[in-house]
Design a protein around this ligand. Structure first.
Ligand code: BG6
Ligand code: MG
Length: 218
C-alpha cells in the first residue's frame, strides 16, 4: 500500500463498547435456555449476525427449535440489547477514537462503517459521529455476513477506493477474516490469540494514530 486510501471501521467493540452489551444480552438469553455461555464462547459470536449468533448458541446447547421460535428469541435478545443502547452518549466513545477520527479527517482520508449490526445507525447517531463517516454499509443490505468479505468490499465500493488501499479496524475474529478476505490491511483490537490473523494487533484504540498505522504498514 503506497498511501492509505480509506479506513473502514467496525462499530461494536471498536468505536464504543457495545460488544459488552451484545455479550450480556446473549448471556442472559443463553442462561434462560440452560446453555452454558462464557466469554471464550462469546469471542466466536463477535462480528456475527444476530441470527447466525443464535444458531451458534442453539447448536452449542444441542437445542433444535422452529423458525418461529428462533425469530422470537432473536427478537427477545434484541429488545434486551436495545435497553442497553438507549443510554449511549458521546461519552461512550472509546478513548482515542475521536482524536483518530479528527486526524483522519484532517488528512482527508475517506472513512466508512462496516458493522454487522442492524442497530448501527441509532448507535452512531447517539454517539454523534455521523459527520466523521463518509459512508455506512447497511447490514440489512449485505447478503453474506462476516467472515465473508462482502461488507468490507461494499464499503470500499461505496467510497470508490480499491480494496488493496483500504485499512479495516476490527475486534472480532470473523471481522479480521472478512478484512483479509477482502484483500485489505487488518488492524485487530484485542488479544494476540483472537487477533492472530490481523496485520497489526493493538490492545487499545488509543494506539491508533496515522503515524503508528503508517509505521506498521511500512
Ligand atoms: C456485530 C456484533 O457488530 O453485530 C455482534 O459484533 C452482533 O455481536 C451483530 O450479533 C448483529 O447485531 P444486531 O444489533 O443486528 O443484533
Ligand atoms: Mg466488533
Amino acid at each position: 500500500m503506497r498511501e492509505i486510501g480509506a479506513i473502514i471501521f467496525d462499530l461494536d467493540g471498536v468505536i464504543t463498547d457495545t460488544a459488552e452489551y451484545h455479550y450480556l444480552a446473549w448471556k442472559q438469553l443463553a442462561e434462560e435456555l440452560g446453555v452454558h455461555f462464557d466469554r471464550a464462547f462469546n469471542e466466536r459470536l463477535k462480528g456475527v449476525s444476530r441470527m447466525d449468533s443464535l444458531h451458534m448458541i442453539l447448536n452449542h446447547g444441542g437445542i433444535v427449535l422452529s423458525e418461529h421460535e428462533m425469530n422470537e428469541l432473536a427478537h427477545k435478545k434484541n429488545e434486551h440489547y436495545k435497553t442497553f443502547i438507549q443510554q449511549i452518549t458521546p461519552d461512550d466513545l472509546l478513548p482515542g477514537i475521536v482524536p483518530f477520527l479528527n486526524e483522519i479527517k484532517a488528512a482527508e482520508i475517506p472513512t466508512a462503517l462496516a458493522s454487522a449490526s442492524k442497530n448501527a445507525r441509532p448507535v452512531i447517531r447517539q454517539l454523534k459521529i455521523e459527520s466523521y463517516l463518509d459512508t455506512i454499509v447497511d447490514a440489512a443490505t449485505v447478503k453474506n455476513g462476516k467472515p465473508d468479505p462482502e461488507i468490507f468490499l461494499k464499503a470500499a465500493n461505496q467510497l470508490a477506493v480499491n480494496p488493496e488501499e483500504c485499512v479495516g479496524v476490527e475486534d472480532a475474529e470473523a471481522g479480521v477474516e472478512s478484512i483479509k478476505a477482502a484483500g485489505m490491511y487488518a488492524v485487530g483490537l484485542g488479544s494476540k490469540k483472537a487477533m492472530a490473523k490481523a496485520d497489526w494487533i493493538i490492545d487499545h484504540p488509543s494506539q491508533l494514530t496515522l503515524k503508528a498505522l503508517r509505521g506498521h504498514i511500512g
